[in-house]
Design a protein around this ligand. Structure first.
Ligand SMILES: Cc1cc2nc3c(=O)[nH]c(=O)nc-3n(C[C@H](O)[C@H](O)[C@H](O)COP(=O)(O)O)c2cc1C
Ligand SMILES: CCCCC(=O)C(=O)O
Length: 391
């Protein structure tokens, strides 16, 4: 079945009098999600760092690029599959790691909702360390779809090793180490609502189920929510340096991907020390305000990596058109963040499936009408700055 078929499902459903169950346009999805969530939850998910100019710039950056369409190609069959570390994925998108996604779900199980959507669509999921369902349960819910595990490296190295070995045992195919969030950025919306869900104990399931974490808690406090949160806060973020990478490498034989690399020099140096994948992201503008849009940093990193390892990308992706532009710029696979959280908010598993199928349908149809039917052909696309066609 082609991804673009979702368009016909919606059209013909309309002919039979059924409207799509959830909004299709991102702006409408956003409004519906906002209406479905308490203000503090909406602020946490939708908000970002500082005055959120970098978060907005991430989205706006996509509108500055355009693809020159090719005709007479007969692109009736499209192939959106990609190879990631030897894993053949049916599509070039993935669920970016989102901690605390449970707070957006009616039943508190946003991680499982996302994993089930991943199982249903074949869209791979990067499961966050900060989940409300333990990584083993998320892994089970992924079914046949390969999952990746995102690691927030704690200060306690034994705890880091334990999380990684649990991820290996649960069948995750790679470890994604997030570098940009060893402490949280200045997030005025959360500060205004005095809301940081982790401080209420949300999303600490991987810690409370971990033998190393539990052993560090006095026996009398093992079921005390406040002691658990305090223990978590004391171990959460280890600001890694280059000197830590050999230790990180020694933890696992799985591929290691570094998330948050945006500078060409950092990408080159990471590859030199044996890192298997680079993940360009500015955390959706949630960490450093005043920085460049993530998309603007992608071409330099792609050039520096020169095809040696996969380059993952996220930050600001809202549609299939955005996915196509990031792929044309050289990303190997493109991460969906906030849109899927809004899918969880409006419809749980079904909401996420709808969001993913909509994004994939648009990307698929776009590749057809642009005459660029494969990811390889997309990479050769004539991508120009808007307004620069005659340069
Ligand atoms: C509510 C929320 C929680 C997030 N939690 C994590 C996390 O636990 N680990 C991580 O590496 N990135 C996390 N991110 C960042 C995403 O992986 C991704 O980089 C970001 O959402 C991309 O920006 P966009 O959603 O605006 O496209 C989170 C993002 C959001 C919105
Ligand atoms: C301490 C970070 C919490 C999860 C996260 O990555 C985010 O809110 O952006």
């Amino acid at each position: 079945m082609a991804f673009g078929d979702y368009q016909n499902e919606i059209y013909f459903g309309g002919l039979r009098g059924s409207v799509p169950p959830y909004p299709v346009a991102f702006a409408a999805l956003e409004l519906t999600a906002e209406a479905a969530l308490p203000t503090s939850v909406w602020s946490y998910v939708a908000g970002g760092a500082g005055d959120e100019r970098t978060q907005r710039a991430n989205v706006e950056a996509f509108a500055r690029w355009g693809i020159v369409p090719r005709m007479l190609v007969g692109a009736t069959e499209r192939d959106l599959s990609v190879d990631l570390f030897g894993i053949q994925l049916p599509s070039p998108i993935f669920l970016a790691p989102v901690g605390v996604v449970g707070i957006a779900a009616q039943d508190g199980h946003g991680d499982l909702a996302a994993a089930r959507a991943s199982a249903a669509t074949g869209v791979t999921m990067i499961a966050s360390t900060l989940s409300e369902d333990p990584l083993e349960a998320v892994g089970d819910a992924l079914g046949e779809t390969p999952g990746l595990f995102q690691l927030y490296t704690p200060k306690d190295r034994d705890l880091a090793a334990s999380l990684v070995s649990r991820a290996e045992a649960a069948g995750y195919k790679a470890i994604v180490v997030t570098l940009d969030t060893w402490m949280t950025g200045w997030r005025p919306r959360d500060l205004t609502t005095a809301n940081f869900p982790q401080l209420r104990g949300a999303a600490l399931a991987n810690y409370v189920t971990d033998p190393v974490f539990r052993a560090a808690l006095p026996e009398s406090s093992r079921n005390d929510p406040r002691a658990i949160v305090e223990q978590w806060a004391s171990v959460f973020g280890n600001p890694l340096t280059w000197a830590d990478l050999p230790w990180l490498r020694s933890l696992t034989t799985l591929p290691i991907i570094l998330k948050g690399i945006c500078a060409a020099d950092d990408a080159r140096r990471a590859i030199d020390v044996g890192i298997d994948g680079i993940y360009v992201s500015n955390h959706g503008g949630r960490q450093a305000n005043g920085g460049l849009p993530a998309l603007d940093m992608l071409p330099d990193v792609v050039a520096a990596v020169a095809g040696c390892v996969p380059v993952l990308f996220d930050s600001g992706v809202r549609s299939g058109s955005d996915v196509v532009i990031a792929l044309a710029m050289g990303a190997t696979a493109v991460g969906i963040g906030r849109p899927y959280v809004y899918g969880v908010a409006v419809g749980g598993t079904a909401g996420v499936i709808h969001v993913l199928r909509s994004i994939l349908a648009e990307a698929d149809l776009l590749m057809g009408v642009n005459g660029l039917p494969t990811i390889a052909s997309l990479r050769t696309a004539d991508l120009r700055r808007v307004g620069a066609l005659s340069d």
